[in-house]
Design a protein around this ligand. Structure first.
Ligand code: SF4
Ligand code: SF4
Length: 76
């Protein structure tokens, strides 16, 4: 499966970024809502939209998809 995003639908809320357990392990400041500080994370919000970075680290758990309120991130 592959991680996909649709920036047109994204609200920039950052919920997926915080909910992702892999992101939390790579960039603990995520958990405080401060946003990732490194592009080593799978994805982060940049300029108000979700952007993918190190997608090879995705473990396909589906948590981001489950939490996104507008289905702007999903596994395909
Ligand atoms: S599927 Fe899981 S590991 Fe992959 S980006 Fe979403 S929350 Fe993170
Ligand atoms: S993809 Fe969904 S959960 Fe993630 S920042 Fe965009 S709207 Fe929020």
């Amino acid at each position: 499966m592959e991680l996909k995003v649709n920036q047109d639908n994204c609200l920039g809320c950052g919920v997926c970024v915080i909910a992702c357990p892999v992101n939390a392990a790579i960039s603990p400041e995520n958990a405080g809502g401060n946003g990732a500080k490194t592009e080593e994370v799978i994805m982060m919000v940049e300029n108000g939209f979700i952007k993918l970075f190190s997608t090879d680290k995705c473990e396909e758990c589906g948590t981001c998809q489950m939490f996104c309120p507008v289905n702007a991130i999903w596994l395909e």
